[in-house]
Design a protein around this ligand. Structure first.
Ligand SMILES: [Zn+2]
Ligand SMILES: [Zn+2]
Length: 227
């Protein structure tokens, strides 16, 4: 069994660990790499190449490398970016980069969010010990993350039922899977539990408050999506 979480072995310059994540910010990847056919015409063989190209482009801008914590492709694969405990450079403001991981959809602003991608967004959140929370436009004025992700977020980021399909074979031999299949099964089980509770978000929120005694916190707010 393969994992749907992939490290491309991207080499970053020094990354800051100055981040206190409170939730994930969703992005799209600019102009669609898939053209007029959209994600229906997308080719997974191109996904790792595109992620590498973004990394090179961000390096060329003088950044430390790919600005995102992770990239999710329409085929349900999660590409490791800066990953956990590393400050992002994608959220547009100091506050955004301080308070939020950045996960980018490997698609354009008008491309549909596939079922596989939605599950991969949730899996990336679980792996980062976080939750889907913000859109890039919540931090600054931008069209990112585009209409389909905006609509999904406004619905509370619902997790589609069913397991992710078996991920496509890695197109490049240099890719490494860095999450063991056992770990991934564990997180998939977490997602299944999440699916069971997402229709009862208010009860879950109360339970979470009880667990974290967040009622005592002045920063308490209703969650923007399911746990
Ligand atoms: Zn963005
Ligand atoms: Zn793909």
């Amino acid at each position: 069994m393969t994992s749907s979480v992939v490290s491309l072995g991207l080499k970053f310059k020094a990354l800051s660990s100055n981040i206190t994540d409170e939730g994930i910010t969703a992005h799209y990847g600019g102009d669609s790499p898939w053209g007029k056919g959209g994600v229906n015409r997308s080719d997974h063989n191109r996904c790792p190449t595109i992620v590498r190209a973004w990394h090179d482009y961000h390096l060329s801008k003088g950044w430390s490398g790919l600005a995102y914590s992770a990239v999710v492709c329409p085929h349900g694969i999660i590409y490791q970016g800066r990953w956990a405990n590393r400050r992002t450079a994608a959220n547009g403001t100091n506050a955004g980069n301080q308070r939020s991981y950045a996960v980018c959809y490997l698609a354009g602003g008008d491309d549909a969010v596939t079922t596989e991608a939605k599950r991969a967004f949730h899996l990336s959140a679980a792996l980062l010990r976080s939750s889907l929370r913000w859109r890039h436009s919540d931090w600054k004025s931008t069209s990112c993350p585009g209409k389909p992700i905006r609509k999904w977020s406004q619905a509370g980021w619902p997790l589609p039922p069913g397991p992710n399909p078996l991920p496509p074979n890695p197109p490049h031999p240099t890719e490494e899977y860095f999450v063991t299949p056992e770990d991934e099964r564990k997180f998939e089980a977490m997602l299944d539990r999440k699916l069971e509770t997402q229709t009862n978000g208010i009860l879950e929120f109360i339970l979470r408050c009880a667990r974290r005694t967040c009622l005592a916190s002045s920063s308490t707010s209703w969650p923007s999506g399911p746990l």
